[in-house]
Design a protein around this ligand. Structure first.
Ligand code: PLP
Length: 418
């Protein structure tokens, strides 16, 4: 791999790689904590914990434990926030954040193409508790401006929308949110290292650690990155949703994800390099492909402004197979040819693909999917760490033979190299 160009903007991984956390006996990794509860040297110290915390003390592992704390600290450094708290899943991080910011009567302004699980939470579940959502195209700043009312409690965005892969203008959204004294919450699951939403003004940054950050598709996990005050509010013994709903990450998992996090820069560059090969070759064939690294990408200017260049354009692309039968044929062929696996999720070392409209975005009613251009033929591809992308491309190319994929004019003009 070429040495990446250095950039005047600090690399978001610098602060992670400078972390010096050793185990109890000087091990090169932090010790794995092995207790659900912690002893106190005095009853007064224990009482202090219940009155708002005692610096450097742990009370009970549901609230916080040393292994989760070490991972949280690394992720806070990654996202450039004061603090971070890990959770048992990405959805747990999202749910706890929303419940921490809202009360009955609150309104959320959210991107209309958020992740399917988030969409279902906002649309089907939270209204039971009087929390409602206005779904908007967050790129339409005039519409966002008009949607503000006193009940609005937050703006909820994703760094890259799923599965349409649009890039919202985070800086402008942060400005709008702050003008109304509400936070901007950004789910950065699709673009770790590539984007640092807090740098654009986001107040809370969430990840599903299940995806790129852990990268092994062997567990689920999540994180909330934000101010120390916000995370203390969420973990408050008496009224914090993280403490009271209990979405705790187990110590063993936290220790495992901590180790995998340290290979993230290498993996992200490889995902991006491989995805760029697929995207530019598919585009050259005239296929309808969406990838932020292509010259014709709709939000190219915003993406360029928000990204850390050395990590490329990410591992996700979409290919429009036209209709559902073609999408089904294509994904089966890809699996049989060994290009990757027909599976939801993303950020794995193997390529994963699924027809989004009928799987991860099936929560969205069909008429709304049509309105936003999310056709049933859309296949989302999370490109893996294939060691020989040429070999994989030959396989992928053969899978397209004879398929009636919609084609546009082939274009040769593609992109910068990584
Ligand atoms: C997977 C995902 C989630 C949910 O995370 P889990 O770890 O599966 O709970 C949230 N947001 C995005 C963008 C995701 O891809």
């Amino acid at each position: 791999m070429d040495v990446p160009p250095s950039s005047p903007v600090p690399d978001p991984f610098d602060a992670v790689s400078d972390l010096q956390v050793f185990g109890e006996f000087g091990e090169v990794n932090p010790s794995i904590s092995d207790g659900s509860t912690f002893t106190f040297l005095s009853p007064e110290r224990m009482e202090q914990m219940f009155q708002g915390g005692a610096e450097g003390c742990y009370l009970y592992a549901r609230q916080e434990n040393p292994s989760g704390h070490a991972l949280g600290e690394a992720l806070a450094r990654l996202e450039g926030t004061e603090a971070a708290h890990v959770t048992s899943s990405g959805m747990a991080a999202i749910a706890a954040t929303l419940l921490g910011l809202c009360r009955s009567g609150s309104v959320i302004l959210a991107e209309r193409t958020v992740y399917g699980g988030t969409y279902a939470l906002l649309r089907n579940f939270l209204p039971r508790f009087g929390i409602t959502t206005r779904f908007l195209d967050l790129a339409d700043l005039a519409a966002v401006r008009e949607a503000f009312r006193p009940e609005v409690a937050l703006v909820y965005a994703e760094s890259l929308t799923n599965p349409l892969l649009r890039t919202p203008p985070l800086g402008a959204l942060a400005e709008l949110a702050h003008a109304h004294r509400v936070p901007l919450v950004v789910d950065n699951t699709f673009t770790p290292l590539i984007m640092t939403p807090a740098r654009e003004g986001a107040d809370v940054v969430i990840h599903s650690l299940t995806k790129f950050i852990n990268g092994m598709s062997d567990c689920v996990g999540g994180v909330i990155c934000g101010s120390r005050a916000f995370l203390e509010k969420l973990t408050d013994v008496h009224e914090g949703p993280l403490m009271l709903l209990g979405p705790t990450m187990d110590s063993l998992r936290a220790a495992q994800i901590y180790k995998n996090l340290h290979t993230l820069p290498v993996r992200m560059r490889a995902h991006s390099a491989n995805a760029l090969v697929y995207a530019s070759r598919l585009e050259a064939l005239g296929c309808r492909v969406t990838y932020p690294g292509l010259a014709g990408y709709a939000d190219r200017e915003i993406f360029e402004r928000q990204r850390h260049a050395r990590y490329g354009y990410g591992g996700l692309l979409t290919l429009d197979a036209g209709d559902l039968p073609s999408a089904r044929t294509l994904v089966l062929r890809l699996q049989d040819a060994g290009v990757g696996w027909l599976a939801v999720s993303l950020g794995f070392h193997r390529t994963l693909f699924s027809p989004s409209g009928v799987s991860t975005s099936s929560e969205i009613p069909p008429e709304e999917r049509d309105a936003m251009g999310l056709g049933e033929g859309l296949v989302r591809i999370s490109v893996g760490l294939d060691h020989d992308i040429e070999r994989s491309w030959q396989r992928l190319h053969r899978c397209l033979e004879g398929l009636p994929l919609p084609r546009s004019e082939p274009r040769r003009e593609t992109t910068v190299r990584l």
